[in-house]
Design a protein around this ligand. Structure first.
Ligand code: NZQ
Ligand code: ZN
Length: 385
């Protein structure tokens, strides 16, 4: 196992009917900016419940944060937070709203060009100039509710930032707030969480037994409850397990002390930027093809995954690896998520655009051993076509 540091400062408030506890979670004299997306939280009553819980506090709203949140939109919110001397940001929504709000928290009082936060990293950010934030998460998928990551769509590309200053102080995870999700968003959530685990697991063994077994436990849980929670949206027990799986898939714990890949995400972000494909759907396209291309380098973990996640114990090594990749692809497809790029794009030459974007963003040495170059990414996308 590699050396590691681990600290996660986010307080999780999990369960039904806990929105009224916002009153204790946010300082009584705070001026609060509630951020939200395209209106689902208005339509389904979550916003009203949040405002009621905030009582007498001065509350402003900023709605309209898009899926794959846009830099320009977030800069408007940051300007509002600064002008109104906001003390606390409260994100009410899915990963896009939570990510966007992290960016607003960093950008509002940033002294400099805020694009630097995306292009130069966040090490130079002064902690005293970052607004505190909390979240009410309405979509289980990204883990944004308990990590310091944000993925922002800038005119020059879809870019990720990560900062210890961007963790929410708290996140309210009420599974019943997610009952209103369309089936496709629930399926997206299952796939995104599944791939987050795989990015931290499907590398090479370092005898990290806790991390491996936690990862395998999350994967098995997602396989068990995925179809149930998609088909029975009001089944609280199944949805509660999805919510907690998604959070644990990317709150850092299973990723400590182990090699990590993230090539699927890096290539996937370019597919979203170029074709507008939902984040999770890009991952379902890339990951099975990437595993096929890297089956030698990942052989030991693919065989462990075959046995411990899918109970595949018979056949030669090559046959078990084939079966594990096929099972994974079939699982995504069974949830209604296509694993083929041709499902979303109609010109195979457009793969050139993706390779050019990867090049422009410096994504030329991907995967856990940094030896997945542009030609490999091209071959992966061609085989995913
Ligand atoms: O905008 P509204 O009207 O709220 O509708 C949203 C949106 O259209 C809707 N929705 C959310 N909660 C709902 C609901 N509809 C009905 N009932 C509810 N309870 O769902 C749609 C999608 O929302 P979005 O937030 O975009 O989805 P998701 O949570 O999948 O987030 C995707 C974003 O997160 C980034 C992705 O790249 C993408 O930009 N990621 C963030 C990560 C992180 N912070 O660690 C890691 C991930 O790998 C990912 O990259
Ligand atoms: Zn993801």
């Amino acid at each position: 196992m590699f050396n590691f540091d681990y600290r996660n400062p986010t307080k999780i408030v999990f369960g039904q009917n806990r929105l009224n506890e916002l009153d204790q979670l946010i300082p009584a004299d705070a001026k609060v900016l509630i951020t939200y997306g395209g209106g689902s939280v208005k339509k389904f009553g979550t916003l009203d419940a949040v405002k009621a819980a905030l009582g007498q506090r001065t509350v402003l709203e900023f709605g309209g944060i898009e899926p794959n949140p846009r830099y320009q939109t977030l800069m408007q919110a940051a300007a509002l937070a600064k002008a109104e001397q906001i003390d606390f940001l409260l994100a009410v929504g899915g990963g896009s709203v939570m990510d966007g709000t992290k960016f607003i928290a960093l950008a509002s009082h940033y002294r400099g060009d805020c694009a630097e936060l995306l292009f130069k990293g966040t090490e130079q950010v002064d902690a005293s100039a970052v607004l505190p934030l909390g979240t009410v998460a309405t979509l289980p998928a990204t883990g944004s509710e308990m990590n310091g990551n944000a993925v922002i769509t800038h005119p020059d590309g879809k870019l990720a930032l990560s900062s210890p200053l961007a963790y929410p102080q708290f996140s309210i995870l009420d599974p019943s707030l997610t009952f209103t999700l369309p089936k496709i968003q629930v399926a997206n959530g299952v796939v995104d969480a599944f791939v987050h685990v795989c990015e931290q697991y499907m590398t090479y063994p370092v005898d990290a037994r806790i991390q491996d077994r936690m990862a395998e436990g999350i994967l098995r849980t997602l396989i068990e409850i995925g179809p149930i929670t998609i088909n029975e949206p009001n089944n609280y027990a199944a949805r509660a397990n999805l919510v907690w799986s998604a959070t644990n898939a990317l709150n850092g714990l299973i990723g400590v002390g182990v090699p990590q890949d993230w090539a699927t995400h890096c290539i996937g972000h370019e597919l979203t930027a170029r074709f507008g494909i939902d984040h999770a759907q890009t991952l379902a396209i890339v990951m099975p093809a990437l595993w096929q291309a890297r089956r030698q380098q990942k052989a030991a973990k693919l065989l462990q995954y075959a046995e411990r996640v899918w109970d595949i114990c018979d056949g030669s090594d090559e046959q078990r690896i084939d079966a594990a990749i096929a099972k994974t692809r079939a699982f995504f497809e069974s949830l209604g998520i296509s694993t083929r790029l041709s499902h979303y794009a109609d010109d195979e030459n457009s793969i050139d655009d993706i390779i050019a974007a990867l090049d422009a963003h410096g994504m030329t040495q991907l995967t856990e051993t940094q030896d997945l170059g542009l030609d490999d990414s091209r071959a992966i996308l061609q085989s995913a076509w």
